[in-house]
Write a protein that binds this ligand. Structure first.
Ligand SMILES: Nc1ncnc2c1ncn2[C@@H]1O[C@H](COP(=O)(O)OP(=O)(O)O)[C@@H](O)[C@H]1O
Ligand code: SF4
Ligand SMILES: [Mg+2]
Length: 336
């Protein structure tokens, strides 16, 4: 039986409104996230992964004008469904950090440099769970212990700059987890860390997920992480999801030429390691460059780089083919 839906994103589009016109950067992204499930969002830099996450969290950069459309239906603990894109700012603030939380690649951009980390975690607890100062501090300590920070009690009163990169990322996770969110969005949470610390943080996140049953949208460049930590994968290219499948299915039978290219770039041994051990395997560039988002034509945005390209590819948008379990957007009638 399929686990209940926690987040259903339908046709999400995010457009940057500029003086000289509108620039669509996320273009009709759809996916489902079920209870306890991890969905990996992968794709080259600039493919719209972070903008997808920020659109859902309603945290798009304030120094620009944006337009979001589509639906992002989040099911809360009481079973009520809310469209995150339509909620009032006040209602969104109540959900964010409480029932739906996000971890960023670079913790220093989110931690307040002039506030001890314990206070920052406690603030979230006071705000969302209504605990008093003493109880909130005790909860913050438990959260730091849960993320296995060495000398947790001492860390409560330390400032972010006094901690190592790995410890700061643990603090971010503690902050995100302290209210036990139903959905966690992790945007390349370990990319900035060295390999040993990365493995520790990923193991920690897996354990916390098992303990709490939360769902995760995991944005990553690392195909090893995808293979080992996710159940499903959505592959993004130029603001669109071009293929979506279960992890072993995607590794065994990639159906979109872009996904095939990504996997073909991996040396056989690395690919095997990625599947079996989750060892770090970076997403490699395939020949050519991603298209400029302000110069996209009507057809498939991968056409310039695709060796299987047909005459209609650059003229018409590729149709979605396949099943809800495994689908791709492509003009090819059969798999190349
Ligand atoms: N604040 C912003 N202002 C203008 N363009 C942006 C902004 N944030 C992202 N973009 C553009 O949107 C596209 C997608 O970015 P992003 O979602 O950050 O990619 P990814 O996370 O996949 O690397 C890129 O072309 C990027 O330059
Ligand atoms: S639609 Fe055409 S250009 Fe695009 S991936 Fe498929 S075959 Fe290649
Ligand atoms: Mg990003």
């Amino acid at each position: 039986m399929t686990a209940p839906l926690r987040l259903e994103v339908k046709n999400l589009s995010t457009t940057l409104l500029q003086r000289d016109g509108a620039l669509p950067l996320v273009r009709g992204v759809s996916f489902e996230l079920h209870a306890g499930q991890t969905l990996a969002l992968v794709g080259e830099s600039g493919s719209g992964k972070s903008l997808t996450a920020l659109s859902l969290m309603r945290l798009l950069a304030r120094n620009a004008r944006w337009q979001c459309s589509g639906e992002a239906l989040f099911t809360d603990a009481a079973g009520h469904s809310h469209d995150l894109l339509q909620l009032s700012p006040t209602r969104m603030r109540q959900l964010r950090g409480n029932q739906i939380a996000m971890i960023f690649q670079e913790p220093m951009t989110c931690l307040n440099p002039v506030l001890p980390v314990g206070e920052q975690i406690a603030e979230s607890v006071r705000l969302h769970l209504g605990l008093n100062t003493t109880a909130a501090r005790a909860q913050a300590l438990r959260a730091l212990e849960q993320v296995e920070i060495p000398a947790a009690r001492q860390r409560l009163d330390e400032y972010p700059h006094q901690l190592s990169g790995g410890m700061r990322q643990r603090v971010m996770i503690a902050m995100a987890m302290v209210c036990e969110p139903r959905v966690l969005i992790a945007d390349e949470p370990t990319t900035a860390l060295d390999v040993t610390i990365q493995a520790q943080i990923l193991a920690l996140m897996s354990r916390l997920q098992k303990d709490t049953g939360m769902s995760m949208l995991f944005i990553t460049h690392n195909l090893g992480v995808v293979a080992h930590h996710a159940e499903r994968v959505a592959v993004m290219y130029a603001g669109q999801v071009v293929e979506q499948a279960g992890v072993s299915e995607l590794f065994a039978r990639p159906a979109h030429p872009y996904t095939q290219g990504l996997l073909a770039c991996l040396p056989g041994r690395a690919r095997q390691l990625a599947r079996q051990t989750g060892q770090a395997v970076a997403l490699q560039d395939i020949p050519g460059q991603a298209p400029a988002m302000d110069r996209l034509g009507p057809g498939c945005s991968f056409a310039d780089r695709c060796s299987a390209s047909l005459p209609q590819c650059s003229l018409q948008p590729p149709p979605r083919q396949g099943t809800s379990a495994h689908h791709r957007s492509c003009h090819l009638a059969t798999q190349p």
